[in-house]
Design a protein around this ligand. Structure first.
Ligand code: HEC
Ligand code: HEC
Length: 400
């Protein structure tokens, strides 16, 4: 314990001034203890921008309708960019931004836990050893969520850099992992907040505020070697990594989507089967369904859609050759299994019903839609057979 100074004298010009007396003139306000700049701007911008990106990505991922996918992707891309920046800054930032200043060391973690248990130990300038574990786990989890997200985007939605390389089945498998990891992230964020509150109460330092101002009421630890930040070097590295990632992604995204059908126009089909409803792309139904449809054209849902034998044979083989079994889009995978009770229908397949479970029945009867089979009324890209989530635009129910 240091003895409390009763007077502190300062030589100003040729006068000795008691500065302690001055501060006691204002007894409510003791002189503020010195602060140390712990979190440089790189760490602070990273932290709060990451929070915003995670809020956007998790909010849209868990709560938003399918056609908000782009907002989800913006959040995800921002997370990846921020992770890239943080990696660079971990070697080029100032002292406490550097990974070396909060390396994982089991003995220090144990010591820190003992200190907490015994009520000893003051606040530390940088991340405390337990906080450091949380930082690395959060960073690793965000990296894994981004990676699994890219696989899901490529395999299920057939978009992004992995669309040309990932099958629907793989995308589906990774979707489970993506969602489980995202839930894990939310749990850990709650843990992180609890840790911040606990440590703030324990050390008397408002750590959330410190992440805003960058300053803490601590002394530099003698053992820690101070480092200057190298923003120029970091910017150069970020630009180089960003450029390589961007060029690589653009290059990969230019590959044709794996199993995305690209069909030459079939004028006969458009003419004969596109006059009463959408000329359904062949990948929306199985070969067996198309065969059944083409065998029953004289009584086609109460209409006579009969064709001459040659045209019927030509269209049947064209439909069968491009049926859902030959494609690997989400729509093809969903519609591949027909409903045995009405094998000619797309809109009664279990897959179709599943994805439209939340769409109110009344919407399909709305004047601008008319029927479940009027895919193009709500899916702007129905004719291309992609059925991208971003192309879902349901007409307003009330509009005539
Ligand atoms: C004369 C008008 C007409 C023509 C031509 C026609 N269809 Fe149809 N089609 C209908 C009607 C009516 C329905 C039932 C719509 C409903 O119940 O909502 C239907 C339904 C369908 C469905 C089921 C859609 C669903 O709701 O799941 C398929 C598949 C289909 N038609 C394929 C074809 C094919 C292939 C051709 C060309 C060989 C064709 N249609 C030509 C009138 C026609
Ligand atoms: C009344 C509007 C409407 C009509 C008509 C409609 N859909 Fe949809 N569809 C939607 C909505 C809305 C969603 C998103 C549902 C959700 O995510 O909860 C959707 C989702 C889908 C999806 C999943 C997209 C994805 O990856 O998220 C597919 C595939 C699909 N529809 C296919 C079809 C097909 C094929 C038809 C025609 C036979 C059709 N839809 C007709 C409104 C419609």
């Amino acid at each position: 314990m240091q003895p409390r100074a009763t007077a502190r004298l300062l030589l100003i010009g040729d006068r000795l001034v008691n500065i302690e007396r001055r501060s006691t003139d204002n007894p409510g306000r003791p002189p503020a203890p010195p602060t140390l700049l712990v979190w440089d701007w790189g760490v602070r911008v990273f932290h709060w921008a990451l929070l915003a990106a995670v809020l956007l990505a998790s909010g849209t991922g868990f709560l938003a309708p399918a056609n908000w996918l782009n907002a989800h992707l913006i959040g995800g891309t921002a997370i990846v960019a921020l992770l890239g920046f943080r990696l660079v800054w971990g070697w080029n930032g100032s002292t406490y931004a550097r990974f070396a200043s909060f390396a994982l060391r089991a003995p220090r973690i144990v010591m820190h836990l003992r200190e907490i248990a015994s009520g000893r130990g003051a606040g530390e300038p940088g991340h405390n050893p337990v906080g450091a574990v949380m930082v690395y786990v959060l960073l690793a989890l965000l990296g894994l969520i981004s990676l699994t997200g890219l696989v899901v985007l490529g395999g299920v939605v057939k978009q992004g850099p992995l669309a040309g390389l990932t099958s629907y089945a793989v995308g589906r498998q990774w979707r489970g992992a993506h969602e489980a990891l995202a839930i894990g992230l939310l749990v850990l964020i709650v843990g992180h907040l609890a840790g911040v509150v606990f440590e703030s109460l324990r050390t008397g330092e408002n750590l959330a505020l410190a992440m805003l101002t960058g300053r803490k009421h601590v002394r530099a630890v003698p053992g820690v070697v101070p480092h200057r930040a190298h923003p120029g070097r970091a910017a150069l590295l970020c630009a180089a990594i960003g450029l390589v990632a961007l060029l690589g992604s653009v290059r990969l995204a230019a590959l044709p989507g794996l199993g995305v059908p690209v069909l030459a126009p079939e004028p006969l089909y458009a003419r004969e089967c596109g006059s009463c409803h959408l000329a359904y792309p062949p990948s929306l139904a199985s070969a067996a369904s198309w065969t059944t449809v083409m065998a029953g054209l004289t009584d086609h849902f109460g209409e006579n859609a009969e064709l001459d034998a040659a045209s019927a044979a030509q269209l049947r083989s064209w439909l069968v050759a491009h049926a859902s079994e030959t494609a690997d889009t989400r729509v093809a995978n969903l519609m591949r299994v027909a409903d045995p009770a009405s094998p000619q229908r797309i809109t009664t397949t279990p897959g179709w019903r599943r994805v439209h479970g939340d769409v109110p029945e009344s919407l399909f009867r709305a004047p601008k839609v008319g029927a479940k089979g009027a895919c193009a009324a709500c899916h702007e890209d129905a004719a291309t057979a992609r059925f991208d989530p971003q192309a879902i635009a349901v007409p307003k129910e009330t509009n005539p």
